[in-house]
Design a protein around this ligand. Structure first.
Ligand code: CDP
Ligand code: MG
Length: 753
């Protein structure tokens, strides 16, 4: 612990910067001059193509990255050659021989569970098989994915396999990005999208088949969809439902849907030798870097390396450190280092599928996205950090946080298996055998049992599911989580005391946003500043737009400082967006001001979609002009349950939980030395030592009292922590009682009718 690398990682994390970068190194190491010259040219081409990517839209991005990939591997875009190899690859997939059997089972059953090793072709082939069989004549073939990256990347791949333009016959939809058309017959989407679609179309009429892919991931939305589709199946006997899984949990799925058949695609895997660490690894980044270099330098055989890291920051540090160490090693063979995580730009994501140039080894450093969602061919070595980041409800701070957690044994086996797809492989675990067998849980805890359910509760309520405690969940969430989430919605005014959806709640549920953000939009409308608030919400819905290129950090910070609005990070975002608009939304303007132009463009797209939703609801899009105080009040209306009071400079305590939290060093409030007594914040980020408030706005105490009367009165100030807890307990009891009463009332009504 405390090694330089971890320290660096921590500093990076604290700066909270999202940088998009890729590493390509060693192409020229130890090579002759001519090769060096070529490498230089290649790099220039790369940079040129990346610049092209900067200014083009997403589909063009993908195409230019493909073009770039072809340049890289020296096979100048021979479309035919590529099609030929794709056809070959399709035939070599384990699922290929099972095609007719699968189609028969699907024909004979309404619901089928299909199990197959990752990489056997479930995600890319099943939709095409169903399409070829004619199911697409009756409606769209939908395939849900728990991860956005997977939905986009798989749609790309399938469009290519079918030789159609992406967005036409084959399309995808993820939040704020609908890439489908009238012609679309195969649609990949996140599970959240399908869930939202069921709001406006409860019978999902437009679909003939729905594949719930990656069910073993047990994402929150997939779990809710399970219940919804189970109920829908009896109403729509023509709808085919396929649930796919990479693990043995399949029996549980089959039982849940009423003992439906399980179809197994025989695996074709090779043995993987597993090596555990002899002692506890204190610093898994350092451990992984060493392991990668050791494999690279010692293994005489070719074969790519897949490293499982935790998240973006760790991945970036790992990539940079490998690159830096390799540079110092004379005569080392070239290594192509590629990161992959969900926030990475989609064109850079596509690169992990490209073969490395002749004689170059590829190392992909990934989050657990590469565990089952994405398959990188050619991997022979796996390096497993043993950790992942999980969204987990943290009762101490009263909200979800991404926590670093040890992986489960199931995940560990899955990770190891990735090395044995095309031949025997090796897996290096950066943890001891003891830790594996004694400290890891056998399987992952489903998301529904560990996270805040606010958004889902709101959705289910809007779907008319009044009694959440009896909804068919495969693994019901702990009742206290449901009650807590309902309580949260009650604070925001989305539910009434009896747990019924209010008008406000109904309107909130039309936005694909977390409840507090929907509440902010509605407060904005109420206070006459919806135009500004919707901008803020859009900016909060895209990854951080600030860029800090290495070596130019100070310059970037100086530019950023000019944008800061002293009392609020939210208003700073608004300010930046307004300046961007008045610059004509130009990419050059962004680059000059160290802002990510793609992120800004995305925010502007999100904004127009939210505005459309508002118009549909006949909401007024008024602007408050320069009276920005009123915007802060709207912000306060969304976050009054996340308020803090100053204790010292930069040092605050949460008003409800009394937990200590700090201004993030990048906050506008920290930057300009303005220290307001009361603030609200968007989220808490735990960095391993301290709880930082991320995105903070100064508020007036009377607003807190006015907007959050269930927590605050103006006399507030010396209420002890215990009293607050008692107060919260009382609120909860009241909520529960009222909920029960409503329940009894309903039962009485039913008894009468
Ligand atoms: O879903 P499952 O894990 O069973 O397999 P899949 O995702 O359908 O992958 C089948 C094959 O397609 C693998 O060999 C992948 O490497 C390949 N593939 C690809 O080359 N590019 C993608 N974007 C997705 C998959
Ligand atoms: Mg798959």
């Amino acid at each position: 612990k405390g090694s330089r690398v971890v320290q660096e990682a921590r500093e990076r994390r604290e700066r909270g910067q999202a940088r998009i970068k890729y590493w390509e190194l060693g192409t020229a190491a130890g090579a002759k001059e001519k090769e060096a010259e070529e490498a230089k040219r290649e790099r220039q081409e790369t940079e040129a193509s990346l610049r092209r990517i900067e200014t083009s839209n997403d589909v063009d991005d993908y195409k230019s990255s493909m073009r770039y990939g072809n340049v890289m591997s020296g096979k100048l875009s021979e479309n035919e050659e590529r099609q030929h190899s794709i056809a070959q690859q399709k035939k070599s997939l384990p699922i290929y021989g099972m095609k007719n059997d699968i189609l028969r089972v699907v024909r004979e059953n309404q619901i089928v569970v299909i199990v197959g090793e990752t990489g056997s072709g479930k995600t890319t082939q099943l939709t095409q098989y169903l399409h070829e069989e004619g199911y697409s004549k009756r409606g769209v073939i939908g395939c849900t994915q728990p991860r956005r990256v997977a939905a986009v990347s798989v749609a790309n791949r399938v469009a290519e396999e079918m030789q159609v333009e992406l967005g036409k016959e084959v399309g995808y939809a993820i939040r704020f990005e609908d890439f489908t058309s009238e012609k679309t017959v195969i649609k990949y989407m996140t599970d959240g999208i399908l869930l939202r679609e069921s709001l406006s179309d409860p019978d999902l009429e437009k679909y003939s088949c729905i594949i719930m892919d990656e069910a073993h991931e047990r994402s929150l939305n997939t779990d809710v969809l399970f219940g919804i589709l189970k109920q829908l199946a009896s109403r729509r006997s023509d709808l085919k439902i396929i649930v796919t899984s990479a693990t043995l949990e399949s029996e549980k799925f089959a039982d849940f849907f009423g003992r439906v058949p399980v179809f197994r695609i025989p695996g074709r895997t090779f043995p993987v030798d597993i090596f555990h660490s002899k002692s506890v690894v204190e610093d898994y980044v350092e451990g992984a870097v060493r392991q990668v270099l050791q494999i690279h330098l010692q293994a005489s055989l070719p074969g790519d390396i897949l490293v499982f890291m935790t998240g973006q920051e760790d991945i970036e540090v790992t990539c940079e450190t490998i690159a830096a160490r390799l540079e110092k090693l004379e005569g080392a063979k070239p290594l192509l280092i590629l990161p992959i995580y969900s926030q990475l730009a989609s064109d850079l994501q596509a690169r992990i599928f490209e073969p490395a140039p002749e004689g170059t080894r590829k190392v992909v450093v990934a989050t657990n996205i590469a565990e089952t969602s994405l398959t990188v061919d050619g991997v022979k070595y796996v390096v497993d950090s043993g950790f992942c980041k999980l969204k987990t409800y943290n009762p101490r701070i009263g909200m979800d946080a991404l926590l670093l957690c040890p992986i489960s044994q199931a995940s560990a086996s899955q990770r190891a298996g990735r090395a044995g797809r095309t031949g025997p492989g090796r897996c290096y675990r950066l943890y001891t055998e003891y830790a594996f067998s004694h400290e890891m849980l056998p399987a992952n805890v489903p998301e529904i049992q560990r996270t805040n359910l606010g958004h889902v509760v709101l959705l289910l309520k809007s779907l008319g599911v009044s009694d959440l405690l009896h909804f068919p969940f495969m693994d019901p969430p702990p009742p206290e989580n449901i009650v807590k989430s309902m309580l949260g919605l009650w604070y925001l005014g989305a539910l009434d005391g009896g747990g019924r959806l209010t008008d406000l709640g109904k309107r909130m549920s039309t936005f694909p946003l977390d409840p507090p953000l929907s509440a902010m939009i509605l407060a904005g409308e109420r206070f006459g500043c919806a135009d500004e608030v919707v901008t803020i919400v859009s900016m909060l819905s895209v990854p951080s737009i600030f860029v800090r290129p290495p070596g130019r950090e100070e310059e970037a910070d100086a530019v950023r400082e000019k944008f800061l609005v002293p009392e609020s990070d939210h208003l700073t975002l608004l300010h930046i967006f307004q300046r961007y608009r008045s610059s004509g939304c130009r990419a050059e303007w962004c680059n000059k001001h160290f802002l990510n132009s793609k992120g800004m463009r995305k925010a502007s797209e999100v904004r127009s979609q939210l505005v459309d939703l508002m118009k549909e609801q006949k909401m007024e899009l008024a602007s408050c002009g320069l009276k920005w105080d009123i915007i802060r009040k709207a912000i306060c209306a969304a976050y009054f349950h996340q308020a803090a009071r100053m204790k010292g400079i930069g040092d605050y305590v949460n008003l409800r939980t009394s937990v200590q939290c700090y201004l993030h060093p990048t906050s506008a409030l920290a930057g300009l030395g303005y220290n307001p007594e009361y603030v609200v914040y968007h989220e808490l980020v735990y960095t391993g030592t301290k709880e930082y408030m991320h995105c903070v706005t100064a508020v007036e105490p009377q607003w807190l009292a006015e907007l959050g009367p269930m927590f605050f009165t103006l006399k507030e100030g010396n209420t002890s922590r215990l009293e607050k807890q008692r107060q919260e307990e009382q609120d909860r009891l009241r909520m529960e009682q009222q909920h029960e009463e409503a329940q009894r009332e309903k039962e009485r009504e039913q008894a009468v009718t």
